[in-house]
Each structure stands twice: as C-alpha cells, then as structure tokens.
Ligand binder design. Sequence first.
Ligand SMILES: Cc1cc2nc3c(=O)[nH]c(=O)nc-3n(C[C@H](O)[C@H](O)[C@H](O)COP(=O)(O)O)c2cc1C
Length: 207
Amino acid sequence: MKISIFNGSPRGPLGNSGQAIEKIKENMKNPHDVYCLRETEKHHEFIQAAMDSDLYVLIFPLYTDAMPAIVMAFIEALHVYQSKLANKKIYFIVHSGFPEAKQSYYVRDYLIELSKKLKLQVIDTIVMGGDQSKLPYFTHIGEEIDQLKVIDDKTKDILLNPISFDSFPLEEVNGFITHTNEFMNNVIKSNDCLEDSYRKPYLSDVL
Ligand SMILES: Cc1cc2nc3c(=O)[nH]c(=O)nc-3n(C[C@H](O)[C@H](O)[C@H](O)COP(=O)(O)O)c2cc1C
C-alpha cells in the first residue's frame, strides 16, 4: 500500500504540521511520499504523482477557524480529478494552536461532505486543539494509519480534550496575550522598528 501525505501548512516542512508528519512517518512501514501544498503551482503535479497511491493523508492547521487558502486551492484542484479519485482512501487531520477542539468541528463537517462529493472513502477524521502538546501522539497515529485503522477511542479522547471550555478562561488567555506581546515586542525591538510599530498609515490616508 502506497501512502501520499499532503502537508497543508503555509509554513511547509518547518511548521507544526511538518513536525507532526515527521512523527507520523517514524514507524511507517508502507512506502510514503510527502507533498507540501504551499508549492501551489505544483498542485496538479502532486495529484498526478499521487494517483498510484492507495491512501491519502491530508493534514493542515486551523487558520482563522478554517483551512489555509492553499488547502482550499488544493481541494479545488482535486475536483478536476474527481472521476479518478473515486474510492481512494483518506485520513484528514486538522490541528490547531488554541486548546479547544470544537473550533475544528465546522471544518471537519465540511471535509466529510467534501469526501462524499469526491467519493473518497474516509477512514478517519482526526481533530485536535493545543496541537503542540499533542505532537507525541502522532507516532501512534502514523502506526494506525499504516494499518488502515480508525484511531482508538482512548487516543481520540486525549486528542479532543478539551472539546470546549465550560467558562471563558480569562486568566489563561490574559497570561497568553502578555506572553505573546512580550515575544512580539522583542522581535520588533531586535528589528529596530519599535517607533514604526506605532505608525497609523491607514489613518493618514483617510485624513
Ligand atoms: C493566520 C493564522 C491563523 C490561525 N488561526 C487559528 C485559529 O483560528 N484557531 C486556533 O486554534 N489556532 C489558530 N492558529 C494557530 C495554528 O493553528 C497553530 O499555530 C498551528 O500549529 C500552525 O501549524 P503550522 O505550523 O503547521 O502552520 C492560527 C495561526 C495562524 C498563523
């Protein structure tokens, strides 16, 4: 069984999707290829090269509650090959930075509808929030994919946790924002453009 893995991160192999893919591949016995969808000009080439694969894995990060634009472009390219894709097997993996898995439920529903339209046979659709803390589980996910298995309930429960917060975690969010601001300010200072960061070019345009 040949496997084609599509990396839907605009950050390519160096992003979290890329790291997850490295773990997925760790114990994979079946031959596999990885295609980086940020090379948008090669989408048709990738689909044609992957035509002899029995199994596809499409993994991408949640960007603003949806899929990155490069993934949308790839899906549009897939439609061209609709007749040849019928009954190919596929796993979808959607991961996101913020903790709540529920954010990815809309895109998960979309992927299920999409696969019906393309007549793809979905083996499993895996979603998770707080992706960086979940990276170690990707080796196991890779082993399950290699055997065409549905991910077991115990692992899924861990990946989905927390599905959603009962109440708004103001303290955690506050801490996170302070931390992010500190980081960004240091980047701005190291680029010697702190003053520029207060400019309001859009305002002078209007006035
Ligand atoms: C433009 C942008 C939008 C994002 N939107 C969300 C979001 O809506 N929800 C979320 O939980 N994380 C969001 N994130 C965080 C990413 O999902 C997270 O950092 C992910 O690990 C990135 O994967 P990558 O490194 O493979 O691109 C966003 C990140 C970026 C850069």
